[in-house]
Design a protein around this ligand. Sequence first.
Ligand code: SAH
Length: 370
Amino acid sequence: MSFVTVSAKSELINLLDFDRKGLISFFVGMGEKPFRATQLLKWIYQEEVVDFDQMTNLSKSLRAYLKDHCKIVAPEIILEQVASDGTTKWIVEMGLGNRIESVFIPEKKRGTLCVSSQVGCALACTFCSTAKQGFNRNLTVAEIIGQLYVAQQRLGEKKRITNVVMMGMGEPLLNFDNVVAGMNLMMDDFTFGLSKRRVTISTSGVVPAMNRLNQVCDVSMAVSLHAANDELRNELVPINQKYPLSELMAACSEYANLGPRKHITFEYVMLDGINDTTQDARSLVKLLKKIPSKVNLIPFNPFPNSHYRCSSTEQISRFKDVLYKAGIVTTIRKTRGDDIDAACGQLVGKVKDKSRRHLKLQTMDSLHAT
Ligand code: SAH
């Protein structure tokens, strides 16, 4: 069954915007019992019923109220592309021409959905194509949980989404409240019931938000590190100029110390001649010494006009060996879906840039051309 717009009235409340806590306040606020929240979550996410008339365990008067004041609307998939390895990319329409991408990566024992958190991205990581298109706005809770909902509907019963990584477009920790509510919803027993170890938030290192996350949401953490010294990281991941490695590592250490089996996954994109020498690997070992870590080496995925190249396979495995010998669990990320531009850093929606980055880039290009 697909989502229906209950009414065209724009002031209707979208119930997908609430996590369980939000729904409880919503119902209690109108004089209903808190358990209405779990009843509604079950209808929407487990029964896939979005027509209030069919929600038979709600009183008639409550159904009538919901019909008048609320809607249940998920974003719409407008394009589906399936790569030769089964990776599936969806372009999802977020209204007013804003489009984002979600990617499903099937593996033998799990199915991972890569979810976007913003339309575009305000950070300017130099090796990422999402960054080049600028930023428009944060996604709503409905648009975040909606990606999981519509993806699971498209995949059907045979392919379950078992894992979610907040590694699509955008910086999730710069859309803190909506991303936290979205992740809490994904882990709710009355929705998808994903375990906290199977939901991962990836950040470029928004330190104050990492510290806040501890208190409201227990998920796995991945950090896009990419360099083991401030000078290089300032260039590759410019948010490092605001939150340098010393502060980032302190936040990682605190997050990892919260639970007995907690560790931080560090993502490290392999850029030929930039950050990929064995000396760089040794600096990384030193940096991670005190933090329970895993390292995920990501072969650089090229995109038009990027001036970086991916490190050679030999260089990547030499780099891996240094980490491995130092006792750090290290994996090399398999590039998935690159024939449909669904690999890391290749996600480009259609963004109305509000940061005017396009203009800046154009000006820079024309300066270079003259
Ligand atoms: N903003 C968040 C979420 C994006 S996750 C973050 O930075 O963590 C996407 C991951 O892919 C990040 O680790 C990012 O650094 C990496 N990435 C971006 N562009 C890439 C590219 N061209 N090739 C390989 N990895 C890339």
